[in-house]
Design a protein around this ligand. Structure first.
Ligand SMILES: NC(=O)c1ccc[n+]([C@@H]2O[C@H](COP(=O)([O-])OP(=O)(O)OC[C@H]3O[C@@H](n4cnc5c(N)ncnc54)[C@H](O)[C@@H]3O)[C@@H](O)[C@H]2O)c1
Length: 266
């Protein structure tokens, strides 16, 4: 028996990076995985690379009408959901004009980051709850960040949105418990995981390796993490192995939050 055998899972922002690693691991452990993203070309390709049962569906997590349409389709096709990984997120460095420091911040950029990172997760939880009541045992996993627990002077919208995700996850966990729903909700807090999200910060070419080394030097374990490091945490929280776990925050950060004040901009 694999760890999430026969469960139906939805992963947002699954075209690449951490979301794709989670989708691949869930599928390899027996789940049917719906990968979703706004990057449809890459998303379709990534879904084909997933060994196991999977399909790709377009979903902009910030748009409620798209959640409603996908939820209707999932209900019709599968009847319910067992696992939702609310993973899609942006720093805003590439997607908005900024600036992102607290003194000069651009409010349109602030709103765009919150619409994706926070409202996207709130909508993900809303539609997950609707689809999970018919599950025997369901789990929502929200991908927050180390930046949801400590401040980031150069990325205040990102840090604020991720802090709100941390708190919202606990409200959802308690709400579902109070209602007697078979739904748990937890947050994961990655830090310094090498994915395409870092490209805007570490650049290309010869300086890339030096930049990665500099970031790793500030991590207590002295390496950047991999998407699989986060995927294994998501697998645990998604599976019934964590059936007594709700409302927790799980740090996957090489020890950064144990006390170091390393910041990505260093
Ligand atoms: N990489 C890290 O070090 C790190 C650290 C802390 C938290 N995180 C969080 O982990 C999650 C995944 O990050 P990653 O590093 O894999 O990033 P990534 O940029 O490599 O991948 C993010 C994916 O989300 C998709 N996306 C962006 N906006 C979307 C939207 N509105 N709707 C649907 N999909 C959308 C992108 O197309 C992309 O495929 C994010 O929430 C991020 O904030 C990452």
């Amino acid at each position: 028996m694999r760890r999430v055998e026969d469960k139906i899972a939805l992963v947002t922002g699954a075209a690449r990076g951490i979301g794709l690693a989670i989708a691949k691991l869930l599928a390899s452990e027996g789940a049917t995985v719906i990968l979703s993203d706004i990057n449809d070309v890459l998303g379709e390709k990534s879904a084909r690379d997933v060994a196991g049962n999977s399909e790709y569906r377009h979903l902009d997590v910030a748009v409620e009408a798209e959640w409603q349409a996908l939820a209707d389709d999932i209900e019709q096709k599968y009847g319910h959901l067992d696992i939702v990984i609310n993973n899609a997120g942006i720093t805003g460095f590439l997607e908005t004009s900024g600036p992102h420091d607290p003194e000069n911040l651009d409010m349109a950029s602030w709103h765009k980051v919150h619409a994706t990172n926070l409202e996207g997760v709130a909508l993900g939880c809303k539609y997950a709850i609707k689809l999970m009541k018919a599950s025997a045992r369901a789990s929502i996993v929200n991908i927050s960040s180390r930046s949801g627990l400590v401040g980031i002077p150069a990325a205040v919208a990102y840090a604020s949105s991720k802090a709100a995700v941390r708190n919202h996850s606990k409200s959802v966990a308690l709400y579902c418990a109070e209602k007697g729903y078979p739904i748990r909700c937890n947050s994961i807090h990655p830090g310094a995981i090498l994915t395409p999200m870092w490209d805007a910060m570490i650049g290309e070419g010869p300086q890339r390796e030096a930049a990665i080394k500099a970031i790793a030097a500030d991590v207590p374990l002295k390496v950047m993490g991999t998407p699989d490091d986060v995927a294994y945490a998501a697998l645990y929280l998604a599976s019934d192995e964590s059936k007594y776990v709700t409302g927790i925050e799980l740090n996957i950060d090489g020890g950064i939050l144990a006390g170091s004040v390393a910041a990505p901009s260093k």
